[in-house]
Design a protein around this ligand. Structure first.
Ligand code: SER
Length: 608
């Protein structure tokens, strides 16, 4: 099947079962500073899982583009990609486990006609430490479904992935219990890593068996669904989103039990084609085929396969990012666009694709030009290091070549190999690890302070951000739109479109506007309405073509009728701007350039 066919089949299937199909969200989350990219379909749904009413009702489905930066280094095998599309359906306090599992069975075996003999299931084995019980229901429902087609599905306890590898699968076993590391889902991972206020739940994953793949013992003595050898590939996850982590570390049941289902579209397509290699599906072959011609190399040639895969994934991801306005740069999201393109170029060189022919995308071409200049400088630096070091490139040098000159480690290794000198890879890895940990600390801090924590301070900053945007538009015109925000309990960082520096006297006026609205004790009133009507009424939004048909508009309105702000948003917000006054006066601390045509403001509340 083609990718577009499977996507359509799924969305039609969900629509027929009462779901409203909503557009996916942008790759850069609009109001979620907990993460740089949307990495799963549920991220934009978090408020609704926590209980806010979704304007489209209790059954929603979409196809969400996701980017997982952590997987960059994994790309090259048969199934890892950084960008993928996640097909998702959600029940916000509507149907639950049994219904979800039955629909999945129907979709996979009837709509996609996947062979049930090759379907394997995992379920949550419980977490004693966190006081979370084993899921007895999901395996029972699955067992009944298998039995309906004459398959006796045995249930087994695996525990951890490691134990699974030692134990393997016994005859007739098809449903496997694993621990929290495998069958628990939350944005923050396992139960103990979740901050208070974060929702999560046990899950039941579906795996497809690619019988052409022989288990390789380098991944463990025996094969099992969660083994990494590639024989079993996860094609979907049903999360029973029913718990909330509390301040004291225990879990309570959410008022509404939710379903959060996600399936990687590309993997599903590969399964329908019985191909264990996800890069054989149309969307990747469309990139690979022309490169085969330009390079004279073939994808089927194993020595080139990894390079073809890396380029196919990275180019597709980079071009999608560029489409969404994330141009290559040295900071935050744009840094990933840059890395993806640069890695593609290195691999295109390996394949012998002529310079400049990798992609027709303008931004990719511009980046290539710049990178080739950097490469030249890097090569000079490399030669200097080589002379200094004599026989070995130290880990630190390799690290500097990577961070300063954009030299991927493979390139350094290759150049060194040609000269018959070594590279201290162990030390390089250590330096990279240190670098990663530092950035992770940053990410964790963001997580705690994020808008999603719904703490009073963060919510206050979020409401203030709306007022600030309204103030900016009043002073600088309606051409100003939001380009992203990052809101923690300590400050708001806000990007908006404007081509020149905003002078201090203008910033003062914007501050006055925000503080004026705070002093007026304006109320925050939420309205649900038709998208077109919202647009006509002058509500502010930055992604009109991405919004669903029915939207939520947040109005900040004074008792005298003054409308201070009217903006599309998913919340949360304070009820009255009076709630902001206790944090002090709103102050714009800094205004600077963020990228071409985009300015960035940092603002805080200063206690009076
Ligand atoms: N949140 C789950 C996942 O990302 C299911 O959508 O796998």
């Amino acid at each position: 099947m083609k990718t577009s066919e499977v996507r359509k089949k799924y969305l039609d299937f969900m629509q027929e079962r009462g779901h409203v199909i909503v557009p996916g969200s942008p790759l850069v989350p609009e109001n979620d500073p907990t993460t740089l990219f949307t990495g799963s379909g549920m991220q934009p749904m978090i408020q609704y899982l926590l209980g806010t009413k979704h304007p489209q009702g209790t059954r929603v489905s979409d196809s969400q583009k996701c980017f997982r930066a952590d997987d960059i280094e994994e790309v090259g095998d048969s199934r890892h990609t950084t960008l993928f599309e996640m097909l998702g359906n959600w029940s916000f306090g509507d149907y639950f486990k049994e219904q979800q599992i039955k629909w999945m069975w129907e979709f996979l075996t009837k709509e996609l006609k996947l062979d049930p003999n090759r379907l394997y299931i995992t379920a949550f084995g419980g977490d004693e430490q966190a006081g979370l019980p084993k899921d007895e229901d999901a395996p029972r429902v699955w067992q009944e479904l298998f039995s309906s087609v004459g398959i006796e599905a045995g249930i087994a306890d695996m525990g951890s992935e490691e134990v699974g590898g030692k134990r393997g699968m016994k005859d007739g076993e098809r449903i496997f219990y694993y621990d929290s590391a495998k069958n628990w889902w939350s944005r923050a991972g396992v139960p103990e890593n979740m901050p208070a206020g974060e929702p999560g739940g046990p899950d039941s994953e579906m795996f497809y068996e690619f019988t052409s793949i022989e288990h390789d013992t380098k991944w463990g003595e025996h094969c099992h669904p969660n083994c990494d050898c590639g024989r079993f590939i996860e094609i979907g996850n049903n999360v029973f989103m029913q718990y909330l982590k509390q301040e004291d570390g225990t879990f309570k049941e959410l008022e509404h039990k939710n379903i959060d289902h996600g399936s990687g579209l590309e993997r599903l397509v590969a399964a329908t084609n019985d191909s264990a290699d996800v890069f054989t599906i149309d969307v990747f072959q469309d990139i690979i085929k022309p490169l085969e011609q330009k390079s004279g190399k073939e994808y089927s040639d194993v020595q080139y396969q990894a390079s073809f895969r890396i380029i196919a994934d990275h180019l597709r991801a980079a071009e999608t990012m560029i489409e969404e306005g994330i141009l290559p740069s040295n900071t935050e999201q744009g840094y990933f666009t840059r890395r993806l393109i640069r890695r593609s170029i290195i691999h295109a060189d390996k394949l012998g694709v002529p310079a400049g022919e990798l992609s027709n995308n303008h931004a990719v071409k511009a980046e290539e030009l710049q990178f080739r200049k950097t490469l030249e400088k890097g090569l000079k630096e490399f030669n200097k290091i080589k002379e200094l070091e004599g026989k070995e490139i130290t880990g630190h040098d390799a690290y500097v070549l990577f961070t300063t000159y954009g030299f991927p480690i493979e390139l350094t290794q290759e150049l060194a190999e040609e000269l018959n000198i070594g590279v201290d890879i162990e030390q390089f890895k250590k330096e990279m690890q240190k670098h990663k940990e530092e950035s992770r600390v940053g990410a964790e801090q963001k997580f705690k302070g994020g808008l999603a924590d719904t703490s009073e301070e963060t919510t206050a900053y979020h409401t203030a951000a709306h007022l600030m945007l309204a103030g900016l538009r009043k002073e600088l015109g309606d051409g100003v739109t939001q380009r992203g925000s990052n809101i923690t309990a300590e400050r708001v960082r806000f990007d908006f479109t404007y081509s020149e520096k905003v002078e201090r006297d203008v910033l003062d006026k914007v501050e006055d506007y925000v503080n004026g609205a705070i002093n007026a004790g304006a109320s925050v009133v939420v309205e649900e309405m038709d998208k077109e009507a919202a647009k006509e009424s002058g509500a502010v939004g930055a992604f009109w073509d991405k919004y669903p048909d029915i939207v939520t508009v947040y109005n900040i309105k004074g008792s005298d009728g003054t409308v201070y702000s009217r903006e599309l948003c998913g919340g949360p917000h304070v009820e009255s701007t009076q709630d902001l006054s206790k944090f002090g006066k709103f102050k714009i601390k800094k205004e600077s350039s963020s990228s071409a045509g985009v300015r960035r403001i940092k603002a805080v509340f200063v206690a009076e």
